[in-house]
Write a protein that binds this ligand. Structure first.
Ligand SMILES: Cc1cc2nc3c(=O)[nH]c(=O)nc-3n(C[C@H](O)[C@H](O)[C@H](O)COP(=O)(O)OP(=O)(O)OC[C@H]3O[C@@H](n4cnc5c(N)ncnc54)[C@H](O)[C@@H]3O)c2cc1C
Ligand code: SF4
Length: 551
C-alpha cells in the first residue's frame, strides 16, 4: 500500500490513541507551548468509545497534569470509602483483613470512575488548549523517514474491498507527519507491536504478560448499593486452573462495575475465561448483590501484567511508547491509568525540550529516564515480583510472599530479598496441549445473572462495516484446523470474550474455522494467546468496534 498517493499533514507531535496516556501528552504539550501543533487520532467512534478500565483511579497522574481538576469539573465523583478483599470458596467467603496489606494496596484517596468519561473530559480540556482530536480515525500503518525513523502514521483508510484491494469507494486516508510520533494505543497496540519488533525494543527484557478483563455494568437495587465501596476477590471459581480475580465497584446512580480478570498464562486450553466470569456471578455473595438488578453494558479488554521487568525500551528514532503500549500496570493494585497519565506528561516534556532545541526524529532518551527513574519506575519496581510469584508458586504462596516482599520493599526503599524474578514464557507459549488437561464443564448461563457471549456482546454496541477485509489476519489460514484443533482443541473458541472464533463441524464435512470479525470488541486477546501466534490484530476502519458508554 506504500505506493498509494496520499495527502500529508505536518504536525509537531502526532499522537495515536485518545486514552489517558495520549490525552495527557497532548494536554502537557499545549500547556508548555500553545503554538505547538498537536494531533490526537482515535479509532473509536468518539473519545471514550473504546475505553474499558476498572476503574479505581489513583489521582496522582491527574494532580500532576491538571492540579485544579476538581474546579474544572473532572468526573471523579465517587471517592472510595470502603475497601474489601475476599477469598472465595464455592459456597462462602473469607474476608481478608486490611491491616496486613502493604500501604500501597490501600484505596484511600482514590476514586471510582468511568475512564471513558474521564477521557471524554480530558479531550475537552485538550481541545480548549487547541489540540486537534480526530475520533473515528484508525491509524493503520506507520510511515518511516529516509533514515529509518518513524515520521508519521497513515490514518483514515475507508472503504477497502473485502480482499483488501482498492475499489471505487476506497478513501486512501492521509499521512500525518510529526517531529515525534507518540503511540498511546494501550495494551498490545498494533503499531506499537510493529515498533517493538522493528527496533528490537524487548531485547534484554522479560516477555510482556497479560490478562483478559471482562466487565459488566449493572444497575442494582438501591437498598443494596453502597456508593464508594470497592471489593476484590480471588479464589473460586478459578482456583488453581488460572490466576486472576474479580472487582466489584459501587459507583454513582446505583450502578456497579462487575469485572473479572483471567491471567493469560493459563496452561489448560479448555479453560473458558468468559464462562469463568459468568460462573463467578453465581457465587452467593455476588448473586445476592445482583439479584433484581439488570446488566446494562458489557465489554472486554486485555490488561498488561508484566510490569517493571517487561517494559520494553520506550523510545526509538522518532517514536515513543506511552502508557500500556509499553505496559505500565501495577498488577497487585490493578492500576495503570495514573502511570499512563504520568508517562504522557513525561513524553510531552521530553518532546517539548527536543523541539525547542530544533531536533526531530531522534530518540527521546530523557523520557525513558524519567519513566524508569521517576514515579512510574518506583511504583512498578516494588511490586515486580508479585506476578512471577503467582505464576510459579500459586495464589496462597504468592499472597504471603508477595505481601512480605511489598512490605519489605516499602520499608527498605525498594530492596527485595528475591531480586527481580523472571516471568519466563510468554502467554502463548504457556498454553499446554489439550491432551494433558481435562475439559471443564461450565454451567449454562441462566439469562438472569449470567448470559451467553453473543447476548452480552450486543450490550457492547459493537459494529463493524461488513464489506471490509477481516481485520484479524491469519498468517496461515489452515493452522487453526491443522494444528490448533488437534493439539490445543482450538482455544480461540474459548479465549475470545466476544465469540468471534468458531470451529464449525458439520457431518460429512471437514471442520471449518470461522471468524465473525463483526463481533470483535478490540480486546487483543487473540493476538496474545493464540498458541501458534498465527493471529495478528490489525485496525478495522475507523469508528468501528465497540461503543462503550461509561466503561
Ligand atoms: C478490566 C480492566 C480493569 C482495570 N482496572 C483499572 C483500575 O481500576 N485502575 C487503573 O488505574 N487501571 C486499571 N486498568 C488498567 C488501565 O485501564 C490501563 O492501564 C490504561 O487504560 C492505559 O491507558 P492507555 O492510555 O495507555 O491506553 P488505553 O486506555 O487502552 O487507550 C488507548 C486508546 O488508543 C486507541 N487506539 C489504539 N490503537 C489505535 C490505533 N492504531 N489508531 C487509533 N487509535 C488507537 C484505543 O481505541 C483507545 O481509545 C484496568 C484495565 C482493565 C482491562
Ligand atoms: S477477536 Fe480477538 S481482539 Fe477481537 S474480541 Fe476476540 S479475542 Fe478480542
Amino acid at each position: 500500500m506504500s505506493e498509494i498517493e496520499r495527502e500529508a499533514m505536518e504536525y509537531d507531535v502526532v499522537i495515536v490513541g485518545a486514552g489517558p496516556a495520549g490525552l495527557s501528552a497532548a494536554i502537557r504539550l499545549k500547556q508548555l507551548d500553545a503554538d505547538l501543533n498537536v494531533v490526537v487520532l482515535e479509532k473509536g467512534s468518539e473519545v471514550g468509545a473504546h475505553i474499558l478500565s476498572g476503574a479505581v483511579l489513583d489521582p496522582c497522574g491527574l494532580d500532576a497534569l491538571i492540579p485544579d481538576w476538581k474546579e474544572k469539573g473532572a468526573p471523579l465523583n465517587t471517592p472510595v470509602n470502603e475497601d474489601n478483599f475476599y477469598m472465595l470458596g464455592e459456597a462462602g467467603e473469607i474476608r481478608v483483613p486490611n491491616f496486613p496489606m502493604p500501604p500501597l494496596m490501600n484505596n484511600h484517596g482514590n476514586y471510582i470512575v468511568s475512564m471513558g468519561n474521564v477521557c471524554r473530559w480530558m479531550a475537552e480540556q485538550a481541545e480548549e488548549l487547541g489540540v486537534e482530536i480526530f475520533p473515528g480515525m484508525a491509524c493503520s500503518e506507520l510511515v518511516y523517514g529516509d533514515n529509518g525513523e518513524v515520521k508519521g502514521v497513515v490514518a483514515g483508510v475507508f472503504g477497502l474491498e473485502e480482499d483488501g484491494s482498492y475499489g471505487p469507494n476506497t478513501e486512501p486516508g492521509m499521512e500525518l507527519h510529526g517531529k515525534y510520533v507518540f503511540l498511546g494505543e494501550g495494551v498490545r497496540g498494533s503499531l506499537s507491536k510493529e515498533v517493538i519488533e522493528k527496533y528490537d525494543l524487548q531485547a534484554g527484557k522479560e516477555p510482556q504478560k497479560y490478562g483478559v478483563g471482562m466487565k459488566e455494568i449493572w444497575e442494582i437495587d438501591p437498598a443494596k448499593h453502597k456508593e464508594g465501596t470497592v471489593t476484590h476477590t480471588m479464589g473460586w471459581p478459578l482456583n488453581s486452573n488460572a490466576g486472576g480475580g474479580s472487582f466489584v465497584y459501587h459507583l454513582e446512580n446505583n450502578q456497579v462495575y462487575v469485572g473479572f480478570v483471567v491471567h493469560l498464562n493459563y496452561k489448560n486450553p479448555h479453560l473458558f475465561p468468559y464462562m469463568e466470569f459468568q460462573r463467578f456471578k453465581h457465587h452467593p455473595m455476588i448473586a445476592e448483590l445482583l439479584e433484581g438488578g439488570k446488566r446494562v453494558a458489557y465489554g472486554a479488554r486485555a490488561i498488561t501484567e508484566g510490569g517493571y521487568q517487561s517494559m520494553p525500551k520506550l523510545v526509538a528514532p522518532g517514536v515513543a511508547l506511552l502508557g500500556c503500549s509499553a505496559g505500565m500496570v501495577n498488577v497487585p493494585r490493578i492500576k495503570g491509568n495514573h502511570n499512563a497519565m504520568l508517562s504522557g506528561k513525561a513524553a510531552a516534556e521530553a518532546a517539548f525540550d527536543a523541539i525547542k532545541a530544533e531536533r526531530s526524529g531522534d530518540e527521546l532518551t530523557p523520557y525513558e529516564e524519567d519513566v524508569r527513574g521517576g514515579a512510574i519506575g518506583k511504583d512498578l519496581k516494588k511490586v515486580r515480583n508479585v506476578k512471577p510469584m503467582w505464576s510459579k508458586w500459586g495464589l496462597t504462596a504468592s499472597l504471603a510472599l508477595g505481601g512480605f516482599d511489598m512490605w519489605f520493599q516499602t520499608l527498605t526503599g525498594g530492596f527485595s530479598l528475591f531480586g527481580t524474578l523472571k516471568h519466563g514464557k510468554n502467554d502463548a507459549e504457556a498454553t499446554e496441549e489439550a491432551s494433558k488437561h481435562k475439559p471443564i464443564d461450565y454451567p449454562k448461563p441462566d439469562g438472569k445473572l449470567s448470559f451467553d457471549r453473543l447476548t452480552n456482546v450486543s450490550f457492547s454496541m459493537t459494529n463493524h462495516e461488513e464489506s471490509q477485509p477481516c481485520h484479524l489476519r491469519l498468517a496461515d489460514p489452515d493452522k487453526p484446523i491443522s494444528v490448533n484443533l488437534p493439539k490445543f482443541a482450538e482455544p480461540a473458541q474459548r479465549y475470545c470474550p466476544a465469540g468471534v472464533y468458531e470451529v464449525v463441524e458439520e457431518e460429512g464435512n471437514e471442520p471449518r474455522f470461522v471468524v465473525n470479525f463483526q463481533n470483535c470488541v478490540h480486546c487483543k486477546t487473540c493476538d496474545i494467546k493464540d498458541p501458534s501466534q498465527n493471529i495478528t490484530w490489525t485496525t478495522p476502519q475507523g469508528g468501528d468496534g465497540p461503543n462503550y458508554p461509561n466503561m
